[in-house]
Ligand binder design. Structure first.
Ligand code: GRF
Length: 200
């Protein structure tokens, strides 16, 4: 299964997926890495791994529909059947999602449905939760609300600041996102209502 990865910044999750894809026997490969910003550090990282890259800037398109159409076009041109959002800082509309039904994944740095949205490591610390973590979920038009594929929990330690907690969570992101891609590529994920069944 070919995977298109959408990024906006650093791209560490993109690298973790690409590294998994490069390992022997992994059932997926990276078709293209697309950034919505020409200065995303992840673009250089992708290029240095020999991956195809593209930049699609919203500002260079008449409207959101045209922007999303371009994304779709590039993903299809690279035969991508799965789209992984990896630090992609835009909400995709149901028109885009309809091009890849049940085939768009995202990673979010909290245990959803707790703490959707932005700056969630700070919110978790301020709320006083003892555990946080990360979630790979299917993308729906509602932000951070789609069916959950995999989660990993990490403790929130006293004295944590958002960057320390983010680093602890990121380590788990890099483990579960490639695993979710593998499950998807092996055809083992079945969405049933709001839940995802994983077949053995
Ligand atoms: C990650 O924490 C991810 O969970 C969130 O944005 C961050 C992206 O980091 N959606 P990177 O660009 O993959 O390094």
């Amino acid at each position: 299964m070919r995977v298109g990865i959408l990024i906006s910044g650093r791209g560490s999750n993109m690298v973790s997926i690409a590294e998994a894809c490069a390992s022997p026997g992994f059932p997926a490969s990276v078709g293209v890495v697309i950034s919505d910003s020409p200065v995303a550090a992840g673009l250089d990282r992708a290029a240095s791994m020999g991956l195809s890259t593209a930049v699609v800037e919203p500002g260079e398109h008449a409207d959101r529909t045209a922007f999303e159409r371009k994304l779709s076009e590039i993903l299809s041109a690279h035969d991508c059947e799965l789209v992984c959002l990896a630090g992609f800082m835009r909400i995709l509309t149901s028109e885009f999602l309809a091009d890849f039904p049940g085939r768009v994944l995202n990673i979010h740095p909290s245990l959803l449905p707790s703490f959707p949205g932005l700056d969630v490591q700070r919110k978790a610390i301020e709320h006083g939760v003892r555990f946080s973590g990360c979630t790979v979920h299917f993308v729906t038009a509602e932000m951070d609300a789609g069916p959950i594929v995999l989660q990993a929990a990490v403790p929130v330690e006293s004295g944590d600041d958002p960057s320390i907690l983010a680093a602890r969570i990121l380590e788990q992101e890099h483990r579960i996102y490639p695993e979710a891609v593998r499950l998807m590529a092996e055809g083992r994920l079945q969405i049933e209502g709001r839940a995802v069944q994983i077949s053995p």
